[in-house]
Ligand binder design. Structure first.
Ligand code: ADP
Ligand code: MG
Length: 318
């Protein structure tokens, strides 16, 4: 199985479980199920101790925030409204008291902020590691969800905000660096991602966006999902990727590869989408054009409008 990689395994599953007519199943940020009240959205994400968070490095409140945030972001990625979450949690003995209660405090903070109630779940013990799975239900106007598969050749590719902060924050944590103010900003972006729910809805309501997804694995990987699902190629200008002043400064100081972090790091949870040129002048919030869709299936990176040899692939689990 491991030779197929994470996405090869998902393709394997998809091949064995055909999707019922009228439903969008495996392959997008959420499944989309039409109903008489509009489209229902459903998604689920698993967070494993040691893989997605380290108990020594993340406060329980931060883990609780992030567990809900990554799911709310998948609803945002369709242009939807989050309705409710469901939380399943496996707790080893040493996390069953204070850790679990503090986890729930972080989960409650983001649930209040986005007005999403927790409506159910499951609780079990675990032999060693903490595992957290969140399922989320959302809704969207019938037929209006923004899928990954609707990009067309000749469109502009946009993102909603700076890329690479979360990856920079993770590096600060992993390297155990003494933290400057800028580094603290990056670490906070890594621990407390802010799903772009309002932006996702406004993009959906604009009627101008063709395809959309959220950036969880880095654009080097995530843009390829839109390309594959839509049958388009892409040209992306590395020197047009929005970058926070904090990341710029930390990369300069540490000698880090900024473009590597910005394309492959993931977990920024900004939205990545395609639409007509000039959309940045039409909306009430900032969006950043970073490239164009083209014929074919290749992803070309440029600097100063010239193609560059740049080979980053984004994060995959195996
Ligand atoms: P995201 O990063 O948006 O959460 P993923 O890359 O994790 O999406 O998953 C890609 C697609 O594959 C999604 O539609 C997801 O529902 C589906 N998927 C992933 N793992 C499984 C699985 N074990 N069984 C069925 N579908 C899966
Ligand atoms: Mg997603």
């Amino acid at each position: 199985m491991s030779t197929r990689g994470e996405f090869g395994f998902i393709d394997f599953i998809k091949g064995h479980f055909p999707c019922p007519d009228g439903i969008c199943g495996i392959g997008d940020d959420c499944a989309v199920i039409p109903s008489s009240e509009g489209d229902l959205l459903f998604s689920t994400d698993l967070l494993m101790e040691g893989v997605h968070f380290l108990r020594d490095e993340s406060s329980p409140e931060d883990v609780g925030w992030k567990a809900a945030a990554v799911n709310i972001s998948d609803i945002a990625a369709m242009g939807g409204i989050p309705v409710a979450t469901f939380l399943s949690i496996a707790l080893p003995e040493d996390a069953q008291g204070e850790w679990a209660e503090r986890f729930m405090e972080g989960y409650a903070q983001i649930s209040r902020r986005y007005d999403v109630p927790l409506l159910g779940g499951d609780t079990t013990s675990s032999l060693r590691d903490i595992a957290v799975n969140v399922g989320i239900l959302g809704r969207c106007q019938a037929g209006k969800c923004l899928m990954r598969s609707s990009a067309k050749v000749g469109e502009t590719i946009y993102v909603t905000g700076p890329l690479g902060d979360s990856a920079g924050g993770l590096q600060v944590i992993l390297k155990g660096l003494e933290r400057s103010e800028e580094m603290n900003v990056l670490v906070n972006r890594h621990k407390r991602p802010v799903p772009r729910v309002r932006e996702g809805q406004m993009l959906m309501e604009s009627g101008k966006v063709s395809a959309m997804m959220d950036i969880s694995d880095g654009i080097a990987s995530d843009l390829r999902h839109i390309m594959k699902a839509s049958g388009v190629g892409a040209v992306v200008a590395l020197d047009r990727l929005p970058c926070s002043p904090e990341l710029l400064s930390v990369c300069d100081g540490q000698g880090w590869d900024r473009y590597g972090l910005q394309t492959s790091g993931g977990e920024d949870f900004e939205l990545l989408f395609t639409g007509p040129a000039g959309l940045e002048y039409e909306l009430d919030f900032h969006i950043y054009p970073i490239g164009e869709t083209v014929c074919g299936n290749a992803l070309t990176w440029t600097v100063n409008e010239e193609p560059v040899d740049f080979d980053y692939n984004g994060y995959t689990h195996f």
